[in-house]
Design a protein around this ligand. Structure first.
Ligand code: AMP
Ligand code: GLY
Length: 429
C-alpha cells in the first residue's frame, strides 16, 4: 500500500478540518501544515512557512520526501503553485491537489469567470466588464442599471471587493474608487457590474481531475457578522450541511446546468484542473445560478463537509491524480452537521489577539477546529478574528446546532462573540 508524506498549506479552520480528515487515513504517513495553528498541531507538525514562499516550500518538499501538497486557500493556487511544481523536474512527481494558474483564474479573476460562463452557457447574473478605457461608458451603464446593482473588483480583494448598491450615486462612487483611486490596487483595475439575483445561497463542492468529478456534501455558510444576516461580511460565522432545499431535483439541475458544463468547459479550453471546485450558487425560484467560483474548499464550509464525508479524502485525491475518479464511489454521512464560529470582539474590523482560552477540555459531543489560535506559554490563545469552529453532528440540523451551542458556552475568552441563529431559515429540520 502506497502511503504519503503530505504538506498542507494554510492556517484556518478549513485546514484544521482537512488535517483531521487526512489523519484518519491509513495512507497518511507524515503530515506537515504550513503555517498551521494550535489545532492542526494535534494532527501533524506545523511549519513556520508562508504559503506563497515557493522556494522554501520546494526545499522542504525535497528534504522531507513530500509526496503530496494540498493548498487550503486560493493564494498559493492563484500565484501558480501547481505550475511551479510541474515545471521543476525535481518536483514534477509530487501531487499538487489544486488547479493550474490558468484554472485558478476561475477565482482569481471575476471577469475571466464571467467570460468562461458565458462561453459555456452556464447560468449566472447578466453583466458587463469595465476598466480605465471604458470608464465613462461604465458610469452611464451603472446610472441606467436597475437597483440594487452589484459592483465587483476583478481580482482577489480579501472578500471585500463586492459592493451591493441600492442607489446610483453610491454605485458610481464605488466603481470610481476601484478604477480611479485603485482602492484594491491591481485587483480593482477591472470591474464587473452585474445584475442582483434574489434567492438563497449555497455552496457546492466537487473534486475533479478535469474529466470526471466526485460530489462532496453541500453546505450553506453564514457570512454576515450579525444575527438575521445583518451587518458587514465576514469570512464566515457558521455553516450547515445538508442544505434542506438541495434535494434531488435541484441538485440534478446543479449537475446538468453547472457542474457538467464547467468541467466540459475546462476540458475544451485545455485548462489543467486537478483539484476542488467550490461553486457559490444561488437558488432563484428553484433554478441554480453561479454567483462565484472558488478554486479551493470553503471556510467554514469545510468544517461541516469533512465531517460528512465518509470516504477517505486521501484516497480520493489519489484517485484524482491517477485519473480514476470515475470509479470512485464517494460516500456521505447521513447525519446533519453544523459549525458555529467563535470570533474576537470587534471582528471583522479591528480586534485584539492574545486572549487566553479556557474550557476547551470541557467540550463534549463536538469537534473543535481551530481557526485563529496559537499556543504560547503552554496556553492556547486567540490569534485571529475567527478563532474556533465548533462542529457537531445530529440526526437533524437543529440537534447538531444545539450541541454546538452547548459547547460554545463552555469555552471562554475575553471578547468571545458568536451568532446564535445559525440555521435560522430551517426551524424544525
Ligand atoms: P463574492 O465575493 O463574489 O462571493 O460576493 C460576495 C457576496 O455578495 C456573495 O456571497 C453574495 O452574497 C453577494 N453577491 C455577489 N454577487 C451577487 C449577485 N449577482 N446577486 C446577489 N448577491 C450577490
Ligand atoms: N465561505 C466562503 C468562502 O470560503 O469563500
Amino acid at each position: 500500500m502506497k502511503s504519503y508524506n503530505i504538506l498542507l498549506l494554510g492556517s484556518g479552520g478549513r485546514e484544521n478540518a482537512i488535517a483531521w480528515k487526512l489523519r484518519q487515513s491509513k495512507k497518511c504517513k507524515e503530515l506537515y501544515i504550513a503555517p498551521g495553528n494550535a489545532g492542526t498541531a494535534e494532527y501533524g507538525t506545523n511549519l513556520p512557512m508562508a504559503v506563497t514562499d515557493f522556494e522554501s516550500i520546494r526545499s522542504f518538499c525535497l528534504e522531507n520526501h513530500i509526496d503530496m501538497v494540498i493548498p487550503g486557500g486560493e493564494d498559493a493556487l492563484v500565484a501558480g503553485i501547481f505550475d511551479f511544481f510541474r515545471n521543476d523536474s525535481s518536483l514534477r512527481d509530487i501531487i499538487v491537489a489544486g488547479p493550474s494558474k490558468a484554472g485558478a483564474q476561475l477565482e482569481g479573476s471575476k471577469a475571466f469567470a464571467k467570460e468562461f460562463m458565458k462561453r459555456q452557457g452556464i447560468p449566472t447574473a447578466a453583466y458587463r466588464e469595465f476598466d480605465e478605457k471604458n470608464f465613462e461608458e461604465g458610469i452611464q451603464y451603472i446610472s441606467r442599471h436597475t437597483l440594487p446593482v452589484v459592483i465587483k473588483a476583478d481580482g482577489l480583494a480579501a472578500g471585500k471587493g463586492v459592493v451591493i448598491s441600492h442607489n446610483h450615486e453610491e454605485a458610481v462612487e464605488s466603481f470610481s474608487r476601484m478604477i480611479k483611486d485603485a482602492q484594491f490596487g491591481d485587483a480593482g483595475k477591472k470591474v464587473v457590474i452585474e445584475e442582483f439575483l434574489e434567492g438563497i445561497e449555497l455552496s457546492v463542492f466537487v473534486l475533479t481531475d478535469g474529466r470526471h468529478y466526485v460530489l462532496l456534501p453541500e453546505a450553506k455558510d453564514y457570512k454576515r457578522i450579525g444575527e438575521g444576516d445583518k451587518g458587514p461580511n465576514t469570512g464566515g460565522m457558521g455553516a450547515i450541511s445538508p442544505v434542506p432545499f438541495a434535494k434531488e431535483d435541484f441538485m440534478g439541475k446543479v449537475k446538468s446546468q453547472i457542474i457538467h458544463p464547467t468541467i466540459e468547459g475546462l476540458k475544451k479550453e485545455k485548462i489543467d484542473y486537478n483539484g476542488f471546485i467550490f461553486f457559490g450558487l444561488i437558488n432563484v425560484g428553484g433554478d441554480p445560478y453561479v454567483i462565484e467560483y472558488n478554486c479551493r474548499m470553503g471556510d467554514p464550509e469545510t468544517e461541516v463537509v469533512m465531517p460528512r464525508l465518509k470516504s477517505d479524502l486521501l484516497e480520493m485525491i489519489e484517485a484524482m491524480s491517477a485519473g480514476q475518479l470515475a470509479n470512485f464511489a464517494v460516500e456521505h454521512d447521513q447525519r446533519a452537521a453544523c459549525t458555529v464560529m467563535l470570533v474576537s470582539a470587534g471582528y471583522p474590523d479591528a480586534y485584539e489577539k492574545g486572549k487566553v482560552m479556557t474550557g476547551l477540555d470541557a467540550v463534549e459531543n463536538s469537534l473543535l477546529f481551530h481557526a485563529g489560535t496559537i499556543v504560547r506559554n503552554h496556553e492556547v490563545q486567540t490569534n485571529g478574528g475567527r478563532v474556533l469552529a465548533i462542529t457537531s453532528y445530529g440526526s437533524g440540523l437543529q440537534e447538531a446546532l444545539a450541541r454546538s451551542y452547548e459547547n460554545a458556552a463552555r469555552i471562554q475568552f475575553e471578547g468571545k462573540y458568536f451568532r446564535t441563529d445559525i440555521g435560522w431559515e430551517f426551524p424544525g429540520q
